[in-house]
Design a protein around this ligand. Structure first.
Ligand SMILES: *Cc1c(COP(=O)(O)O)cnc(C)c1O
Ligand code: SF4
Length: 472
């Protein structure tokens, strides 16, 4: 008896310690109150006004000059200079909501995870990896109609608009999304146009294998209520379409809209109800990257969606300094679960221009994955995926065929999407030894490293040559 109780006490203690390693109740600790009042430009804005989509849209900051007007000398002059130089060197124009601006720690903006995602600093930018491509996932190659990517057998990605309520520095679709910038001059234009949409719907109709449509963008938040409803109903009417998802970063950027824009939220609700009536599903996919983005007003917006029976899942991007620390990712995952958002994916950072400082190596991300799995319910544990270079699609990060930690090359196959081809991911050069970095600068050395990796992965010379042809 005595021994048993001592043992169980020891066990309790040990468990107490290991459970303490998981942030105890921190995930339930959501920021409340008037968190915007310390921003000079929002000092006189009351709660009733701040928590409306009209205010959030009207006061959205889209230039360095406007940021300066809003923040005054909250950050120092050096910050504004660094930012202005960063913007000139970035693929995405800036656009950030008052809600997100107010959640930045302005006493240390250089290290703040929200600042990191939306406001580029020149001093943090690194040269792009030599293997980088503007449309790194080769989405345009798999587009039968402009704004529709059909890469997987039963699902397609539909881009009805090319604008978002915010512009993320790291957007994979910087080839299309947002205003033209000095770095990406003429972007592919995907304006809201019913004629273009109808072309996409007809294509979907002509493909009986398509069961799952992602309505993305851009962002579904930027669809007018009646457009959102019309798109939803038109897709649900197609007999073979069984599932639709509306992708929006809105819940992170301005949760206020769900609460105050009744026309939009009601339109979404009607589509979800129509889907249910037809025994199909319509859900929302959203995008949070750091735990500080989820506050009390987010929970209130989610509560409304929960009451309406709307499923929300989250796709997170793994980013250095934002969520690359396992304890931060654990907190994010548990906080998402707490507000009833299901963590679905964590993407390794795509290789897009101007964001090399945000990428992690495959090894670093896999380490985070190992620590996240096991902290909460399996159905709230995101899959860590790599959207491979060249159009192989998303692969479980653990499923690489070969990974050379020293050259940073990982090789994947995608037997159900592009059988017989080889696909790649490349660790950031900053994680490699100096002599390897130099090899990456030389064209023939690059080809050599790729060919060697494919060979080690088990590729024969011919298929390796074919896969590599597009990488010269
Ligand atoms: C991500 C993506 C989808 C959806 O993929 P899931 O793994 O089902 O989330 C569909 N089409 C394209 C082109 C995509 O990139
Ligand atoms: S919300 Fe999505 S599509 Fe829009 S800029 Fe951000 S990552 Fe790109």
């Amino acid at each position: 008896m005595e021994v048993l109780s001592v043992q169980s006490e020891l066990l309790d203690q040990a468990q107490g310690e290991s459970f303490a390693a998981i942030p105890g109740g921190a995930h339930r600790d959501l920021l409340e109150g008037e968190y915007w009042r310390f921003i000079p430009g929002f000092r006189s804005v009351g709660e009733a006004e701040f928590h409306t989509h009209q205010f959030q849209q009207k006061a959205t900051v889209t230039s360095v000059a406007q940021l300066r007007e809003t923040l005054g000398n909250l950050p120092g002059e050096a910050f504004y200079e660094d930012l202005a130089a960063g913007v000139r060197n970035a693929p995405m124009a800036i656009r950030i909501s008052p809600h997100l601006l107010s959640l930045i720690d302005w006493s240390d903006p250089a290290r703040d995870p929200i600042r990191t995602q939306f406001l580029p600093l020149r001093s943090h930018q690194q040269p792009d990896h030599p293997m980088l491509r503007l449309d790194s996932l080769a989405e345009r190659k798999d587009s039968p109609v402009p704004g529709l990517t059909h890469r997987y057998p039963d699902k397609a990605l539909f881009l009805p608009v090319d604008t978002c309520p915010v512009y993320c520095r790291f957007c994979t679709r910087s080839y299309a999304v947002g205003a033209d910038t000095e770095v990406v001059g003429e972007k592919l234009k995907l304006h809201a146009s019913q004629t273009r949409w109808e072309e996409a719907f007809r294509y979907i109709e002509s493909m009986p294998g398509l069961e799952d449509i992602v309505v993305s963008g851009g962002d579904s938040y930027n669809l007018k209520a009646d457009h959102l409803e019309a798109i939803g109903r038109r897709l649900l009417e197609i007999p073979h379409v069984r599932r639709i998802r509306f992708a929006t970063k809105g819940l992170c950027v301005m949760p206020q809209k769900v609460l105050s824009d009744a026309r939009w939220t009601d339109a979404l609700t009607r589509v979800v109800e129509e889907a249910r009536r037809l025994h199909k599903t319509a859900v929302v996919h959203t995008h949070f990257n750091s735990p500080g983005e989820i506050v009390d007003v987010t929970r209130r917006a989610m509560n409304l969606l929960v009451e309406r029976g709307i499923t929300v899942r989250c796709q997170t991007v793994l980013q250095m300094g934002v969520n690359s620390d396992a304890s931060v990712m654990q907190l994010l995952v548990r906080r998402l679960g707490y507000v009833n958002i299901q963590p679905y994916y964590v993407y390794f950072h795509d290789m897009v221009p101007g964001v090399e400082d945000l990428r992690t190596s495959l090894a670093e991300g896999l380490e985070v994955e190992k620590r996240v799995r096991g902290t909460t319910a399996g159905f709230h544990t995101p899959a860590f995926v790599v959207d491979t270079m060249g159009g192989g699609g998303k692969r479980d990060a653990h499923s690489y065929e070969y990974y050379d930690r020293s050259s940073g090359v990982s090789v994947f196959t995608s037997p159900s999407v592009k059988p017989g081809e080889w696909f790649f991911y490349f660790d950031p050069l900053s994680t490699l030894e100096p002599e390897i970095r130099q090899r990456w600068e030389v064209e023939s050395e690059r080809r050599g490293m790729l060919a060697e990796a494919v060979g080690r992965a088990g590729g024969d010379a011919r298929s390796a040559r074919e896969s590599l042809a597009s990488w010269s």
